[in-house]
Write a protein that binds this ligand. Structure first.
Ligand code: FAD
Length: 494
């Protein structure tokens, strides 16, 4: 195999999503005389732009889908290779790509993202949304749809049910409240009325960039590698405002119509033929004929045009496992330590593909989000460079406190620390401030100290609360004044 090696690079990074690109930028910038290769399946890369540090750890940025040449023009030591990796040989430090080439590396970082967990891989009419191509496919199917069933209670489902118009949405969630991955039943109660209201005009223009990818066509070369014409290469995951570029409109005129089915999961998905053959087993709630039927564990069956499976993601490790002995975490991710090192020699990993397996700060947890993909890619790049330079490096400060800024149902949402009292048992107190349609503020306190917060709406509290969580000040004496709207809390703690 050695004779076939095309080139050996000091650093090879796999994946042109936010983790891989950030890692590559960090390496190319800090070690300009070393060769860096980015090997990626998709034609475009994801670049972070307009990065803004909102507070000590809270950050906001835009994401632009760009041609990889933009990166190569910026860093003369960088080569971008467009071909999916099909095998990795960690012992010989070699990577094989689908187009038949072999590359050597001294240090490797895997940033191959995650793939959507599909409810059913063999059923037609079940869609997952991950990248630009799958989002466009969803949009196309939606234009002909009168009713869809959305399964899942994470960020993608939350955004999707709010954005779809002109089509009835049946939303099946396994929990007793919507948005369980992000907030509690109180916040869900605050947000739920938005589902019944018409979509408001956005108060502020969207700051995110628009995605400009064209649907990919595949070269004859790739067909020769045994891939069928319907195959699409795994692209980068979409991120904040993924739906902005897409008109998510169904076949009907009516505006948003969402009905939520709580505490249920999918028992079975039937095609219309299977439905006809199993009339005794189940019956749909209406007489209309649909292409697909979903039977839920609450006993109800809904016919629909198609099903959206938004039930989370699985780390995309498959191409790298054969013949290697990576230690995988329970969620299927490559386990990494606090230097983003996997269990295989000289192999790092970052972003959705990895599972942070160091002893976390008590106020941080991993969630497969845009911000963490950037932070991990950046930290991995720094650790790899430090290794070559024989420098020591500490875990970055951003892993001290979980922080995330997003938008749900057109409200700004800030999540800090143990925002849902994760892992605190019964040993915590909550303070709440709630103004219908305007704001929802929840603070999680443990032994008088703030350990988490949910801020929905324009509360302007994020910086102060981030400070209070980081400095772990005893807040007992302030009591409920902490959330008293008549007290200017910023002055209070200055
Ligand atoms: P990805 O962005 O998935 O990039 C993986 C890269 O690896 C891609 O370039 C791919 O082409 C490449 N690749 C894959 N396999 C191979 C291979 N075998 N060989 C070579 N290259 C390969 N997060 C938020 O914080 N906020 C949000 O609002 C939000 N909304 C989302 C909405 C949707 C619809 C989705 C799908 C995700 C959303 N996320 C959101 C999650 C966020 O997008 C991901 O956490 C983040 O993009 C992960 O980045 P990554 O670099 O690890 O992986």
């Amino acid at each position: 195999m050695d004779s076939k090696i095309r080139k050996t690079f000091k650093f090879v990074v796999i994946g042109g999503g936010i983790a891989g690109v950030t890692c590559v930028e960090q390496l190319s910038y800090s070690l300009p005389s070393d060769d860096v290769a980015l090997i990626t399946a998709g034609p475009h890369i994801k670049a972070v732009t307009n990065y803004k540090q909102v507070a000590k750890v809270l950050e906001e940025f835009d994401v632009e889908e760009q041609p990889a040449s933009v990166l190569e023009e910026k860093y003369s030591n960088l080569t971008v290779i467009h071909s999916p990796v099909k095998r990795l040989h960690t012992q010989s430090h070699l990577v094989e790509t689908e187009d038949g080439h072999i590359y050597g590396y001294e240090l490797l970082c895997i940033c191959s993202g995650a793939i959507p967990k599909l409810l059913s891989h063999d059923k037609p009419y079940v869609l997952g949304i991950r990248d630009t191509d799958s989002a466009q496919e969803f949009q196309k199917q939606l234009t002909k749809a009168k009713r869809i069933v959305v399964i899942g209670n994470g960020g993608i489902a939350l955004e999707l049910v709010y954005e779809v118009e002109g089509c009835q949405v049946i939303w099946a969630v396994k929990d007793a409240a919507i948005g369980n991955a992000f907030f509690d039943a109180g916040a869900a109660k605050f947000l739920t009325p938005s589902l019944g209201a018409d979509k408001q005009e956005r108060v502020a223009p969207c700051k995110r960039s628009r995605y400009t990818t064209e649907a990919q066509t595949f070269t004859a070369d790739r067909h020769r590698q045994g891939r069928g014409s319907g195959h699409t290469e795994p692209g980068s995951a979409l991120g904040p405002d993924w739906h902005r570029e897409l008109v998510l409109k169904g076949a009907e005129e009516a505006s948003r119509r969402v009905s939520v089915e709580y505490q249920c999961e999918v028992e079975k998905i039937f095609t219309s033929e299977e439905m006809l053959n199993s009339q005794s087993e189940t019956h749909a709630l209406d007489t209309e004929k649909w292409p697909v039927y979903v039977k839920l564990t609450n006993g109800k069956t809904f016919g629909c045009d198609f099903v959206v499976s938004a039930t989370g993601v699985t780390p995309n490790t498959e191409p790298f496992l054969h013949g290697n002995s990576f230690t995988l975490a329970e969620d299927g991710g490559l386990r990494v330590d606090d230097h983003m090192v996997t269990s295989e020699p000289d192999v790092y990993a970052a972003g959705d593909v990895c599972t942070a397996s160091w002893e976390h700060s008590p106020l941080w947890q991993q969630m497969r989000l845009w911000t963490q993909a950037r932070q991990m890619g950046w930290h991995a790049g720094r650790c790899m460079a430090a290794r070559v330079l024989s420098e020591t490096i500490e875990l970055d400060f951003c892993f001290e406190l979980f922080s995330h800024i997003t938008k749900f149902f057109n409200y700004k949402v800030v999540l800090l620390g143990k925002f849902n009292a994760q892992g605190l048992g019964a040993d915590y107190e909550l303070l709440l401030r709630y103004t219908k349609g305007q704001e929802y503020v929840k603070v999680v306190l443990q032994t008088g100290r703030m350990v988490g917060a949910v801020l929905i709406g324009e509360t302007d509290l994020e910086e102060t609360f981030e400070n209070l969580i980081l400095n772990q000040m005893d807040l007992t004496e302030y009591g409920e004044d902490l959330l008293n709207p008549d007290v200017d809390i910023e002055d209070y703690f200055d």
